[in-house]
Design a protein around this ligand. Structure first.
Ligand code: PLP
Length: 411
């Protein structure tokens, strides 16, 4: 017997976007070892964990080092102490009631949004907005749900919903019959949002068409505008049709610490092979219990500390810091006459490339001539062509310097 590759992997296009960016950046740095690059590409944060979070993290590590307080395997779904804080702080103030059994703690929204498709049959049709966070598409390609990639970059069995300046980044509802819709708001990569009314249209559509919404709210903490919902469950009826994914990565600097959660309401059902309704909550529980052994106790204690009054205050200071960067980027690029989107309720700024040049070309110009690393929009899907994404996660000083360097360029 010879082990053979899952042939779906042959269908994945290019390298994973950030791998290709890292390759180009490495090559540039090898050739220009003395150049100080400013990284505004990958969405990784720079502010350290807050004091209160670090203390809770350390105290929990001490508990693990003491025979009386040591803990082994925890509940796969997460400790109740964290789940209760989530319900109390992230949902009750919005008027959303949840049971502990509907909240699942995990080590990342990437894993959750990538893994969730395992619950669906192979022939389900998925819809994604375009441009899109690549994990939604690639995880479905690996699972064999995408069909083959076409010359235009689209997979034959995936429904794409373009979001561009032409439609104000509000994708049209699918015309095709789709089963699962991935939505991400505030959006990565465009930094744009949907209002209550706009999101309601999606919930209504899902209810009328028996579709399921996988709602990625990883950037919810950046929402400032009053007309933008903080959870899809603020929309009437959403608990029947939507799963919500949240992450501590960007809100509290947990990109390296790893903690997130998803909400799977008991009301959400899909059909089994006999055409009967089955709840997703026990299915996801079964999947997680089989393949996941929970997030470490100290990490969950660190996440719990985010919900203390001091934790909340410290985290808000970090969020405000990034918001200030986003405002600076928006303003500076607008002053240069560029078309700029996002960056208001989001740490991402989506910039139209000047003079219609393509997005990898603009990426290379920014890298070579301004020594600033961006992310080319084309890497997020065909409708991302003609844009680049900048992030507000660097330091204020570096962000300012990057803007000064870009201002020197001639477009
Ligand atoms: N979802 C979106 C839309 C993201 O942009 C990211 C990270 O960049 C994630 C999920 C991943 O979050 P986590 O760090 O919790 O895995």
């Amino acid at each position: 017997m010879v082990a053979t590759v899952n042939e779906n992997f042959d269908l994945i296009q290019n390298n994973y976007l950030f791998v290709e960016i890292a390759r180009r950046v490495d090559e540039f740095q090898k050739q220009n070892p003395d150049v100080d690059l400013i990284k505004m590409g990958i969405g990784d944060v720079t502010r350290p964990l807050s004091k209160t979070v670090v203390k809770a993290f350390k105290d929990a590590v001490d508990e693990m080092g003491n025979a009386d307080t040591f803990r082994g395997y925890g509940p796969e779904q997460g400790y109740d102490f964290l789940i209760e804080k989530i319900i109390e702080n992230d949902y009750e103030p919005l008027g959303v009631e949840l049971k502990n059994s509907e909240v699942f703690i995990s080590d990342g929204a990437k894993c959750d949004t990538g893994n969730f498709q395992e619950l669906f049959s192979q022939d389900n049709i998925i819809a994604v907005t375009d441009p899109v966070y690549p994990v939604y598409v690639d995880s479905n390609v690996m699972a064999g749900r995408s069909g083959k990639p076409q010359e235009d970059g689209f997979y034959e069995n995936i429904v794409y919903l373009p979001a561009t300046a032409e439609n104000d980044f509000i994708p049209e509802l699918p015309k095709e019959d789709v089963d699962i819709i991935y939505l991400c708001y505030p959006n990565n990569p465009t930094g744009t949002t949907l209002t209550y009314d706009q999101l309601k249209q999606w919930v209504d559509y899902a209810k009328e068409n028996d579709a399921l919404i996988l709602f990625d709210a990883a950037y919810e903490a950046f929402i400032k505008s009053d007309d933008v919902p903080h959870s899809i469950y603020e929309i009437e009826g959403a608990k029947d049709v939507a799963i919500e994914f949240k992450s501590y990565s960007k809100v509290a600097g947990f990109t390296g610490t790893r903690c997130a959660y998803c909400v799977v309401p008991e009301e959400v059902t899909i059909k089994n092979s006999k055409g009967e309704d089955v709840q997703l909550t026990p299915l996801w529980n079964r999947r997680q219990s089989t393949k996941f052994n929970g997030v470490s106790y100290p990490v969950q204690k660190a996440a719990e500390a985010i919900y203390t009054p001091e934790g909340k205050k410290e985290i808000q200071e970090d969020l405000d810091y990034y918001v200030k960067n986003a405002q600076l980027i928006r303003q500076s690029l607008e002053d240069l006459g560029l078309d700029v989107y996002g960056g208001v309720d989001s740490p991402y700024i989506w910039v139209k490339t000047p003079n219609g040049i393509d997005s990898w070309e603009f990426f290379d110009i920014l890298l070579n001539d301004a020594n600033v690393v961006s992310t080319p929009g084309a890497g997020f899907g065909p409708s991302g062509e003609g844009y680049i994404r900048l992030t507000a996660f660097n330091t204020y000083e570096k962000t300012k310097e990057a803007m000064e360097r870009i201002a020197q360029l001639e477009f």
